[in-house]
Structure formats: structure tokens, C-alpha cells
Design a protein around this ligand. Structure first.
Ligand code: SAM
Length: 255
């Protein structure tokens, strides 16, 4: 497999992601757990598993979990985390979300948290989810999204791209729903929350150089008031705090 930009960046920073508090647990993982409470699944798949925090969570309500990611060092982190949490029902597979090596109509649950905005062909990925899910199978998407307002959408996506060249797009909720509908996935529940970030650790995770860090920092400091308000940007000590909107969606395959 040729290494994509995402594989290079996540590969070089796999340990930072494995220790990142906003990945270990945050509101989005709590919401996923609430949405899935009372369910039990035979076969589950976690796409873009990273260090495996969502895979570990769903392993408590699934017989078998496949944790999938294209980045080998990330899968090594998943292996380590599943050993340390005694999650013996997790296996790892290396693949991109747009091409999932699993037979049609075989999976009961798919989760994907904080990863979809890295997928170059999101439409193809949702098509794959629809193909491999059984009828009435569940897809959970938890990801940072973009506001519906064009100006805010552009600012967020531009700054994310500057900080992480593997960033593809934080999509608007309306865009995601259009694609889901196209592939017979119906959103039956959704909840909005925020991903709270600190500038220093956010740029640290993608290994941004010092001079480029200053350049991005100036963009936060000099952002227009409506941008600062929308993303809750505020300076504290030697850091900047901000937040991205995040959606958790529970979808069901309807055909
Ligand atoms: C922030 S991490 C995911 C965090 C993880 N899901 C969790 O809950 O902690 C994003 C992951 O997306 C993966 N990724 C990037 N491009 C991908 C693609 N096209 N298909 C699948 N995964 C991809 C990266 O390798 C990385 O491990």
C-alpha cells in the first residue's frame, strides 16, 4: 500500500494520538455509548480506528470487533490498547475506508469517530458502509463538522488544512445527510456537541514546525469577532482555547 499523506502524518504521530485526552474520551464517545446502550452486536467494525478507543468501547457490546485503519503504527497502538484493556475480541485490519475488504451484508454495527474528515472519498466510504451492513444494521458517525455558514466553513477548513495537510474536509451536517440518503442510510438520531481543543497540543499532534505554528497562531489571534465567537476562541496564559462543532449521528440501513 503506498503511503498517503494521512498515513505519513498519523504514522509519525501515532503515540501522540494514543495519549491525546480528546481521543481517549470526550463527549462524543459518551454520546456513542448512550446511543448504543441496550444493543448487542454479532459483528462490529470501527473505521479509522486510530489508537482504538472507539473499538475498545464497542467491544463491550459486540462479539467480534474489527478495528480498521490504513496506518500501521496506529494499528500497533490499537493492539497495545486492546491488550492493556483485556479486549480480546478485537482484531485489526489495514485498509482505507473507501475500500473495505468485508463481504456484502455481513456487519451489524459500524462506528467511525473523528476520522471521516480525513477520507478523500467520503461518498465512496458511505457507499461501502451501506454495502457491508446487514439490513437494519447501524452506522454511527461522530466527527467534527462545519457550520452551514460559508464564511465559517471556509475559515475552519482552511486552518485545519494548514495545521494538517492530510485534512480533507469538515463537512456540513446537510452535506453528510445528503450522502447518507443516497445510500439508504437514514439518520434516526443525532446529537450536537463540541470538541474542546488547546492550540498547543492541537498543533503538537501533527508536528507543525515552530515558524508555521506562529503563522497559524496569528490567524487565531487576528480572527474576526464572528469567527472567534463561533469557535469559542480565547487566549489563556501561553495557549489558545477553542472548539469545533461535532455531530454524533446514528443511522440505520433501510433496505
Ligand atoms: C484521529 S484518528 C481516529 C481516532 C479514533 N477513531 C478514536 O476514536 O480515537 C484518525 C484516523 O483516520 C485514519 N485515516 C486517515 N485516512 C483514512 C482513510 N482514507 N480511511 C480510513 N482511515 C483513515 C488515520 O490513519 C487515523 O488513524
Amino acid at each position: 500500500m503506498n503511503k498517503s499523506k494521512a498515513q505519513q502524518i498519523f504514522g509519525d504521530n501515532a503515540e501522540a494520538y494514543a495519549n491525546s485526552p480528546v481521543h481517549v474520551r470526550d463527549d462524543s464517545l459518551d454520546i456513542i455509548e448512550k446511543m448504543l446502550a441496550g444493543h448487542n452486536f454479532e459483528m462490529a467494525l470501527d473505521v479509522g480506528t486510530g489508537a482504538g478507543f472507539t473499538a475498545i468501547s464497542i467491544s463491550n457490546i459486540s462479539n467480534t470487533v474489527l478495528a480498521s485503519d490504513p496506518t500501521r503504527p496506529m494499528l500497533e497502538q490499537t493492539r497495545k490498547t486492546s491488550i492493556s484493556t483485556n479486549s480480546a475480541n478485537i482484531s485489526v485490519i489495514q485498509n482505507i475506508a473507501e475500500q473495505i475488504p468485508i463481504s456484502t451484508n455481513t456487519v451489524d454495527l459500524i462506528t467511525c469517530r473523528k476520522a471521516g474528515h480525513h477520507f478523500p472519498e467520503f461518498d465512496k466510504y458511505i457507499h461501502e458502509c451501506s454495502r457491508i451492513l446487514k439490513q437494519k444494521g447501524i452506522l454511527i458517525i461522530a466527527d467534527s463538522i462545519s457550520p452551514e455558514n460559508e464564511d465559517l466553513d471556509q475559515w475552519l477548513n482552511q486552518i485545519e488544512l494548514e495545521r494538517d495537510p492530510s485534512h480533507v474536509r469538515n463537512r456540513k451536517l446537510s452535506e453528510i445527510n445528503l450522502i447518507l440518503n443516497k445510500y439508504h442510510l437514514k439518520t434516526i438520531e443525532h446529537q450536537l456537541t463540541r470538541i474542546h481543543l488547546s492550540f498547543n497540543s492541537w498543533v503538537g499532534r501533527t508536528g507543525v514546525s515552530k515558524s508555521y505554528k506562529n503563522h497559524i497562531q496569528q490567524k487565531f489571534i487576528n480572527a474576526e469577532p464572528h469567527i472567534k465567537e463561533a469557535f469559542q476562541i480565547r487566549s489563556i496564559d501561553k495557549d489558545i482555547l477553542f472548539s469545533w462543532p461535532c455531530a454524533v449521528m446514528k443511522c440505520v440501513k433501510s433496505v
